[in-house]
Design a protein around this ligand. Sequence first.
Ligand code: ADP
Ligand code: MG
Length: 410
Amino acid sequence: MYKTLKEMDIKGKKVVLRCDFNVPIKDGKILDDNKIVASLETIKYLIDNDCKVIILSHLGKIKEKSDLKKNTLVPVAKRLLKLLTSELNYKNIHVAFSNHTRSNVLKEKVDALKEKEILVLENTRYEDFPNKYESNCDEELSKFWASLGDVFVNDAFASAHRAHASTVGIAKHLPSCMGFLFQKELEALDQNVMNPEKPFTVIMGGAKLEDKIKVINKLISKCDHLLLTGGIANTFLKALNINIGFSLYSDNAELMQEIKQMLLDYKDKIVLPFDAIVGSSYDKEYTNYKTIDKIEDNEIILDLGNKTMEKYKEYINESKTVFVNGTAGKYEEEKYSNGTKTLLNILNDSSASVVFGGGDSTASVKKFLPKNNFTYLCTGGGATLDYIINGTLPAIEALKGEEEYEILDI
Ligand code: ADP
Ligand code: MG
């Protein structure tokens, strides 16, 4: 079993903390700092326990030289400092930044850290260019990062599906534990998705069925109702030989066969839309309301219709737990966002525990219903889905590791 932060002796120690600060940044500006805010609880605990905190995180991908400048963690370190002073009231907190990810200069900076000081390292994926040391979990790199601290705390649930040096490699070389955010995400999923109180309703929507079919397969036997929305529903409609016109769907024969079988095996659980807001393949301005049996060849299903929503409301209102992944329509466009908004309000008004997993699903909550009483919004997109599919993640297994901790001398 892995250790939690509360179970770990960290008082006054040098702590290597892996966060997931992979936030959206445009022209150097952070568009959504939720992931940084979410990590504050763990950082506060470490500071209050007189730790010297060395923070690692990735940001985007580094495939070519031009990605280096684009994906620097400097704006994140600045925002962290701002949040520590404004949100946590640490007026004299010291946050330093190292633009090296591996060097003797970095080691000296770490050695010079005082208690309650923070050092943020540059994007761990700088080590992916030109060789993929971080992503390939390079042993030397893992050892180097481990050599910076006495203890490893992993709080990056959203990166836990990746077996990288900073998520899995370090854990082999230091006493390790799970941070508060990581633990919270796992508990939310364990309680509301892996072992949900019934009736349990799953709402799957969004774009690509290929990305979600394994999750659907995993949850269909567990849930009482599977309500389908968005592009996901289209492939199911198509499998029933309903004309979906120009709508997005998965054109894969094997997948189609699987869906057909699923519709037979679980016909009492699967609920499909019966009306929609459609666009058109040749006219950007065109929108219309259609029942599903009346979709024309040039029309595109882009949002749920009101009758579908009324029906879905009945299922939601009799549920004790609801898991939502993917949006009900093309919510980025105002004229196709009504289904997503209405569904959010129905969920918020229901007495069920509601958990959201997925980048766009949680973004839609923040966009349309920032004040809500939902049970949990997961910060990990891919990690959330992989955890549901496999029941564990590489970084969780690494924290459980029973290896002896060697004394490092690099
Ligand atoms: P998450 O990130 O929560 O896992 P997805 O990325 O799967 O969710 O789904 C969100 C995306 O799905 C959005 O970009 C949205 O525009 C798109 N989408 C939803 N419904 C449709 C639809 N009917 N047709 C095309 N795209 C859709
Ligand atoms: Mg998405």
